[in-house]
Design a protein around this ligand. Structure first.
Ligand SMILES: [Fe+2]
Ligand SMILES: [Fe+2]
Length: 361
């Protein structure tokens, strides 16, 4: 709940939200950050009108605004009480409502357009990748990696060839960056600037790299690890964003749809000559558990490789600590405790070794 306020302040907050366009804006922002022009596209209203709605929501403390380059983005408020209040409102809205349904379809289109723009940037620059890489200061490792991931997902969506070398190079840059600046700095930067599946892939790759470094793996193994991490969720390119970005619980059908992503990723990468069998294995099996309760093949311990075991731990941890606008970020120690409680599913020795990565690095 919001921190207790006066009767008058409460009425003002309720009034700010109690209007159909503004409720639609809140429902959209609950699924990710948007610019004014995204919102004018989706709501099909003039910019001054949308700006006015945003101003009222800002004044009521229900949303926040931040600048990224030349773009002003809007997001749900960072205040936990305000976020819970908005989540409650949004959760009460039926997804079957015609207007909301149309808004979410347009939101998916806006997000697709963004992915395509990122991919266009990527392919325009791929030829001079090395030069760009040498010009980029280490801080841009995040943007380079995000662009590589965006390009990978767009390639799947549009049926275009995959740039395996570019993706690996981005992984190498993350490894360099983490070696220099540590894991915590990477986690903070990624969570501040990225959302959804890209954020997740960036976090998993960072966590897996740091886990590998802490275990003292050889450089060749570190490369296998970050390549597997960069590609692990590529099958999600075929999952609708309305499911991937859905706040709260998934229904059984949605869950079943999500659970197709390891096999979908495997099928997509299978005929790619630059993808080795062990990367394929990691993509297909990163949701398997040692006790046979995972998917898609219900493998048991003896069939789950070391690289998959490391990746699975990194994947779960990253998913727990990611930043979503509809839920507070879980503290790292809490996430580690959850891993410790997954008896029989994860390798105990590895989970113990992961402790310093999870808590201190
Ligand atoms: Fe996954
Ligand atoms: Fe994942």
């Amino acid at each position: 709940m919001l921190a207790p306020v006066t009767l008058e302040a409460m009425v003002d907050t309720l009034k700010a939200a109690a209007e159909s366009s503004r409720l639609r804006i809140l429902a959209l922002l609950a699924r990710g950050d948007l610019t004014v022009s995204d919102l004018t596209d989706i709501l099909n209203q003039s910019q001054p009108r949308v700006s006015r709605h945003l101003k009222l929501l800002l004044e009521a403390g229900l949303i926040g605004r931040y600048q990224e380059g030349s773009w002003a983005f809007f997001r749900l408020s960072d205040n936990e009480g305000a976020r819970d209040f908005v989540s409650g409102l949004v959760a009460g809205l039926s997804a079957g409502d015609g207007q909301i349904e149309r808004d979410l379809e347009r939101l998916s289109a806006v997000k697709r357009k963004r992915q395509e723009r990122a991919a266009a940037y990527f392919s325009a620059n791929a030829a001079s990748w090395d030069r760009i890489r040498s010009l980029h200061v280490p801080d841009n490792a995040v943007e380079t990696a995000a662009t590589a991931i965006a390009s990978m997902f767009t390639a799947v969506t549009l049926g275009q060839p995959l740039d395996v070398d570019g993706t690996k190079q981005a992984g190498r840059q993350i490894a360099d960056r983490i070696t220099q600046h540590g894991l915590s700095e990477w986690l903070t930067t990624v969570r501040r600037h990225h959302e959804g599946t890209y954020q997740h892939c960036l976090l998993v790759t960072g966590v897996a790299i740091d886990f590998g470094l802490s275990l003292g793996v050889r450089p060749a193994d570190l490369e296998r690890l970050y390549t597997a991490a960069m590609f692990h969720d590529i099958g999600k390119a075929q999952t609708p964003l309305t499911i991937l970005d859905k706040p709260g619980r998934l229904d059984p059908e949605e869950r079943a749809m999500i659970e197709t992503h390891p096999a979908a990723g495997y099928d997509f990468l299978r005929n790619h000559d630059k993808i080795t069998p062990e990367i394929l294995d990691a993509v297909r099996h990163h949701h398997e558990y040692l006790d046979g309760s995972g998917y898609p093949d219900a493998l048991c311990a003896e069939n789950i490789s070391d690289i998959v075991r490391i990746l699975t731990i990194s994947d779960i941890f990253a998913a727990l600590i990611e930043h979503r606008h509809y839920k507070p970020t879980m503290p790292r120690n809490e996430a580690y405790n959850i891993l410790c409680g997954m008896n029989g599913k994860l390798e105990k020795v590895l989970v113990s070794s992961f402790k310093q990565v999870a808590l201190t690095r």
